[in-house]
Design a protein around this ligand. Structure first.
Ligand code: PXP
Length: 239
């Protein structure tokens, strides 16, 4: 079974378009947990346009499943991580004004300053994952600087799947996951995964976790959040 961590950013985005707290991020987390989700993911950005730091602390108080906090390790972000001590911290190289995360780390350039951060987070008992493209050299560097896991950025896979021209791109993900596993890194994945493209992606052996937000919340508009989580879990349970 591959774990599902539901990304609640889009629930917060909708909540932030009014000032009276609906839909509730906490209620959404609770529904996801009741439906069987293995984790909750949030990506607090500096402008707080979706998840706010207050949400992160409130979720930390109530969660009974794994908490994955994603983000670029600015001092503001790291202060939250030090206080909340989530199960997992996924470090992402997104600029403060990024529309959404759109590439993995270049560790040849950034590895030297990420390494002590990774070490500190691991000493706090936090599992550290690095958001990466399918570049095999980057995967080796992730191991060298101490990451526990990588999260493969799956937007290129999702786009190729949509265009019905996925095989060569999919092979890159297979090779990247294999390489990571061979050198002792756990493999997570996320971005633009959905009910159509998830099954094929999950045929890659030993993926540990997928984090899914946008498509799952969109599906929830049709079938409800509880049922949407169940539909994703159904696919993940076959692997
Ligand atoms: N992983 C990372 C690092 C992300 O930034 C996001 C989007 O916030 C996701 C996974 C989830 O992507 P999606 O919302 O497209 O499912």
């Amino acid at each position: 079974m591959i774990n599902l961590s539901v990304n609640l950013n889009k629930v917060a985005l909708l909540r932030n378009s009014r000032n009276f707290g609906i839909p509730s991020v906490i209620k959404a987390a609770s529904t996801c947990i009741q439906a069987g989700a293995h984790g909750i993911t949030v990506h607090p950005r500096p402008d707080e346009r979706h998840i706010k730091s207050k949400d992160v602390y409130e979720l930390a108080e109530m969660l009974t499943v794994e908490f994955n906090i994603e983000g670029n390790p600015s001092s503001q972000f790291l202060n939250i991580i030090r206080e909340v001590k989530p199960t997992q911290c996924t470090l992402v190289p997104d600029a403060p004004d990024a529309f959404t995360s759109d590439h993995g780390w270049d560790l040849a350039t950034n590895g030297f300053w990420l390494k002590p951060i990774i070490q500190e987070l691991k000493e706090l008992g936090i599992r550290v994952s690095l958001f990466l493209d399918t570049d095999l050299t980057q995967i080796e560097l992730a191991k060298e600087i101490g990451a526990d896991r990588i999260e493969l950025y799956t937007e290129p896979y999702a786009t190729a799947f949509r265009k019905d021209d996925v095989e060569s791109v999919f092979q890159k993900y297979q090779q990247a996951a294999k390489k990571a596993q061979e050198i002792g890194l756990g493999v997570n994945a996320g971005h633009d995964l959905n009910l159509q493209n998830l099954e094929k992606f999950c045929s890659i052996p030993n993926i540990l976790e997928v984090s899914i937000g946008h498509a799952l919340v969109a599906d929830a508009l049709d079938i409800g959040l509880f049922n949407a989580v169940k539909e994703y879990l159904k696919i993940l349970s076959t692997n």
